[in-house]
Design a binder for this molecule. Structure first.
Ligand SMILES: NC(=O)C1=CN([C@@H]2O[C@H](COP(=O)(O)OP(=O)(O)OC[C@H]3O[C@@H](n4cnc5c(N)ncnc54)[C@H](O)[C@@H]3O)[C@@H](O)[C@H]2O)C=CC1
Ligand SMILES: O=C(O)[C@H]1O[C@H](OP(=O)(O)OP(=O)(O)OC[C@H]2O[C@@H](n3ccc(=O)[nH]c3=O)[C@H](O)[C@@H]2O)[C@H](O)[C@@H](O)[C@@H]1O
Length: 441
């Protein structure tokens, strides 16, 4: 029996290995991690990550041919194929901090493989990094959170470097979707794919500001340009900004690689995608503050949604962190509700601000509770349940005048205006009130 060991039981390692175990019953898959609580959670009914479809897949395979363990060295030693799926965040200190990927975890995993291995191995690099008798394959992961299981079932792309890996993917991936490239092409394709996607969002967000200034509607503009087959309709939703663990990190990496190769113009081009994203978040905060008489000091502001997108509980680089920071900076009292993000996580995400900021934030488990007595309500994640809330009830329990700032364009602005809300929707024609209270970014 072929044995696979995956180092790193995170979003990628956990989801990818669950799908491999499901699709390849003849392969034994062990996912290992140095984090005991993470492994305990994978072995329990409460998985450490929320991902539609994941529970089902794990239940079918766990303890059959899918195992989770903290005994890292034992399983690495026994494996024929080792996937490395450890975290590679942007370096936060030291040389090239804020630019290059931090390869500490990746290097320690690589050294450990070299130390404990006694037989030939194929090492498959799943983390996003360029990269004895090892065959090292670079197989950067392309799944998106929230649709991880669906993406893994029907991948658009994949990379083959040796037959063993190809054979494994061939269990469910059509051959023409398994691509073979050299190492740098594989890694640059990964970085470029994320950079192009993020660039589309920054482009539509840049247009959204122009829409507000001119009276155009960004949804109509996005729909119209998306009809051009060369542009296509996807990833054109204007928003409060993109988040997630990879877009910013991968662009920073692209910028760093460009600078290292003496290409400052190329580096600056990609930096701009992040600048517009930061601008978008401060623009939203400024709209909120300026519409409420230029101050939110002491005012309760409800925040609906904290995850970086719907259907997940992940808050890495979520725009909600910066928006809350901005509101707290103006001394607001914030009440946050997200269907999947825990209070602990939200409080941890506020840490970098100040101890007093923690007191300004409360986390509740109900949208109505969050909005009770609030002056304004900010929608920061596009959870479906926010579309069907009883907004009349919410309005009745809020202060007057009552503001909705929709950072995801999911509510029906006209209906809310009939109730008497003052509504701000990103990139849509402005209410007279907002025109009279201009925002400055
Ligand atoms: N989250 C996502 O949607 C995607 C992530 N990626 C890339 O995949 C990689 C993994 O990302 P995530 O799964 O999101 O990270 P994660 O942070 O959720 O999981 C990484 C896991 O690796 C473990 N770990 C770190 N060092 C270890 C070691 N030496 N031995 C054993 N375990 C160790 C950590 O405890 C953690 O549980 C990153 O390079 C990321 O850029 C790629 C595509 C999608
Ligand atoms: O390398 C990675 O980690 C992954 O990064 C993204 O996946 P992910 O970050 O999970 O989420 P996306 O669906 O791409 O959304 C990213 C952010 O952009 C925002 N977004 C997305 C689409 C859009 O039209 N507008 C918009 O603001 C989302 O709300 C979210 O905050 C890519 O889509 C995956 O292909 C890639 O594998």
């Amino acid at each position: 029996m072929v044995k696979i060991c995956c180092i790193g039981a995170g979003y990628v390692g956990g989801s990818t290995m669950a799908v491999i175990a499901l699709k390849c019953p003849a392969i034994e898959v062990v996912v290992v991690d140095i984090s005991k609580p993470r492994i305990e959670a994978w072995n329990s009914d409460q998985l450490p990550i929320y991902e539609p479809g994941l529970d089902d897949v794990v239940k079918q395979c766990r303890r059959r041919n899918l195992f989770f363990s903290t005994d890292v060295e034992k399983h690495v030693k026994e494996a024929d194929i080792i996937f490395v799926s450890v975290n590679t965040p942007t370096k936060s200190r030291g040389l090239v901090a804020g630019k290059a990927a931090d390869l500490t975890y990746w290097e320690s995993a690589a050294r450990m493989i070299a130390d404990v291995s006694k037989s030939d191995k194929i090492v498959v690099e799943k983390s996003t990094v360029p990269g004895i008798n090892y065959q090292i394959l670079s197989n950067p992961e392309l799944l998106a959170e929230g649709t991880a299981i669906e993406d893994l079932f029907k991948p658009d792309r994949g990379w083959k470097a040796v037959q063993a890996l190809k054979d494994m993917y061939a269990h469910w991936v059509p051959e023409d979707r398994i691509l073979t490239t050299n190492l740098w092409s594989a890694e640059l394709s990964k970085l470029a794919a994320n950079a192009f996607l993020a660039q589309r969002i920054s482009s539509v967000n840049a247009i959204s500001a122009l829409c507000e200034a001119t009276g155009a509607n960004v949804c109509e503009v996005a729909y119209a340009i998306g009809k051009d087959l060369r542009i296509g309709p996807k990833f054109l939703n204007a928003s409060v900004g993109f988040g997630g663990s990879c877009f910013q990190k991968d662009i920073l990496n692209l910028v760093y690689i460009s600078e290292c190769n003496g290409l400052p113009e190329v580096a600056n081009y990609w930096k701009q995608v992040i600048k517009i994203n930061d601008y978008q978040k401060s623009w939203f905060v400024n709209r909120a503050v300026s519409s409420m008489f230029n101050t939110v000091a002491g005012k309760k502001i409800a925040v609906l949604g904290f995850a970086f997108k719907k259907d997940i509980g992940d808050t890495r680089e979520t725009p909600a962190i910066d928006v809350c920071k901005g509101l707290l900076g103006d001394k607001a009292q914030i009440s946050i509700y997200d269907p999947q993000v825990t209070e602990d996580q939200i409080q941890r995400d506020q840490q970098p601000t100040s101890p007093s900021a923690v007191k300004q934030v409360s986390v509740v488990w109900d949208a109505y509770e969050a909005t009770k007595g609030a002056h304004g309500l900010c929608i920061l994640t596009e959870w479906d349940e926010f579309k069907t809330l009883d907004y009349q009830k919410i309005f009745d329990n809020m202060q007057k005048p009552t503001f909705v700032l929709d950072g995801r364009n999911i509510v029906d602005g006209e209906k809310l205006r009939e109730i008497d809300f003052i509504v701000y929707s990103i990139g849509k024609p402005l209410d007279a009130w907002l025109k009279d209270m201009p925002a400055v970014a």
